[in-house]
Design a protein around this ligand. Structure first.
Ligand SMILES: [Zn+2]
Length: 79
């Protein structure tokens, strides 16, 4: 008996998401103005640019967000 595994993923995006759109939920608050989001369907991670638009969360942006998050938390403690 042959078994086939169908991968719904097409270059990181599931077929369902490409048809219906991603269903993003906030996974982490970076600052009061920046958050990280993840699609509940395909797991694609996004973040916000300075204009508030969603952009792909690249390793570089993840590092920037991590730094911003640390600065934001330190400022919160001192306020
Ligand atoms: Zn998706």
């Amino acid at each position: 008996m042959k078994t086939y595994t169908s991968t719904l993923s097409v270059s990181g995006t599931s077929v369902i998401c490409s048809i219906l759109g991603h269903k993003f939920r906030s996974t982490r608050k970076i600052t009061n103005h920046f958050s990280e989001y993840q699609c509940r369907c395909c797991g694609k991670q996004m973040t916000e640019d300075p204009r508030g638009r969603l952009i792909s969360l690249t390793p570089e942006l993840r590092d920037i967000n991590e730094t911003l998050h640390m600065i934001f938390r330190r400022r919160q403690i001192h306020i």
